[in-house]
Design a protein around this ligand. Structure first.
Ligand code: UDP
Length: 362
């Protein structure tokens, strides 16, 4: 079966790295990179480091508003689907590339598979929430990271077949975290010592686009009690510079600014951090897996299990709440909410079920 996979940004390269190799054992995969993340440090590094096959097609579509980016992606994907005639399309997560791949496939009546289906923040102001809801309702096969995601889809009466397979990003994290943990020199390379610094990431539009939220983020960072390592996403850097806040942040007493890091270095820095502060979905999950407490700079999360088990605290941009969360004791239990590291295998067997019945015979 020919499977058209559409990816475009950092977390999707990581998710596809878990699935692509296994998928290609049984099927022909055509990997399309939309170009949504084109910066080498958000794109190329993940292909080389995690062994993701090079893209077969590059659409080079980046920038512009969400709507115009989506429109350009759809216009490029329609003829590509007509040319390649895939028997299935595969999309991951919740970005513009996810929605473009989903809509283009559904319009062409190509059966759509959505990996990481059913995640909900119930905050429709987030562009990601709209993308994931729409992609889910266009999908034939909905592959979920957790039971709660499957419940969300049932509650919405999603038409596709729902399967809980576990989380493919967890497959990658479980594979790399042991090596990352052994990289004890990683903090020293940034002038930090293991166990005594905070790792920060922030790039959600809701936190960095409105100038007053960006200022609140900088003020929060200034009040943090420990050294802070902040690998800055290009979007965040651009917003900080535009708001003339970059210099102020760089002068904060305990801040260590860095460019976006490769997967393994970032994983090492996460494993050795005292705690993580983030607005990233993937980083919340990885902190949980590593047993590092997480302070989430949002008012809601899709990864509700991490909050319920006490490892993650939602503080939005409230510095007092962040300081209180950083001072609270660690919970004892860390249940395996997101699978056992074999989600990609389950994805591939679920995708096999899309084949016509006669094609299953050996
Ligand atoms: N990540 C990375 N380098 C960094 C920051 C993050 O490799 O400097 C990885 C992180 O380990 C996680 C993923 O990028 O696997 C999360 O991506 P992002 O925060 O961009 O997206 P989200 O998960 O919020 O959709």
């Amino acid at each position: 079966m020919r499977v058209l996979t559409v990816v475009g940004n950092r977390p999707q390269f990581i998710k596809a790295a878990a699935v692509s190799g296994r998928l290609r054992v049984e099927h022909e995969e055509v990997l399309v990179h939309t170009g949504q993340h084109h910066d080498d440090r958000l794109s190329r590094v993940f292909f080389s480091e995690l062994g993701l096959p090079a893209p077969d097609r590059q659409l080079a579509i980046a920038g512009g508003s969400n709507t115009s980016q989506l429109a350009r992606m759809l216009a490029a994907l329609e003829p590509l689907i007509a040319e390649l005639d895939p028997q299935a399309a595969l999309v991951y997560g919740d970005t513009n590339s996810t929605l473009a791949g989903a809509l283009a496939a559904a319009q062409a009546r190509v059966p759509l598979v959505h990996v990481e289906a059913g995640m909900r923040s119930f905050d429709r102001a987030m562009p990601e929430e709209l993308n994931r809801v729409l992609a889910d309702h266009a999908s034939e096969l909905l592959l979920c990271s957790s039971e709660i995601a499957a419940q969300n889809l049932r509650a919405e009466s999603a038409a596709g077949r729902v399967e809980v397979v576990g989380d493919v990003m967890v497959d990658v994290a479980l594979r790399w975290q042991p090596a990352a943990r052994r990289l004890r020199s990683a903090p020293a390379a940034h002038g930090l010592s293991a166990g005594s610094y905070l790792l920060l990431t922030a790039h959600r539009a809701g936190n960095v686009d409105p100038p007053e939220r960006l200022l609140a983020l900088v003020e929060l960072v200034e009040r943090l009690p420990d050294p802070v390592l902040f690998p800055v996403h290009p979007r965040t850097r651009a917003r900080l510079e535009r708001a003339s806040l970059w210099g102020r942040l760089a002068r904060a007493r305990q801040i260590h600014l860095a460019p976006p890091l490769g997967y393994v270095e970032f994983a090492a820095l996460l494993c050795h951090a005292r705690a993580v502060l983030t607005d990233s979905g993937g980083v919340q999950k990885e902190a949980y897996l590593a047993g590092v407490p997480c302070v989430t700079l949002r008012a809601a999360t899709e990864w509700v299990e991490t909050v319920r088990s006490g490892w993650n605290t939602l503080v939005d941009l409230d510095p007092d709440a962040a300081l209180a969360a950083l001072a609270s004791p660690l919970p004892r239990e860390r249940p395996e909410w997101y699978g056992d590291g074999h989600a990609a295998e389950r994805c591939v067997s679920a995708i096999r079920s899309l084949l016509p019945a006669h094609a299953h015979a050996p």
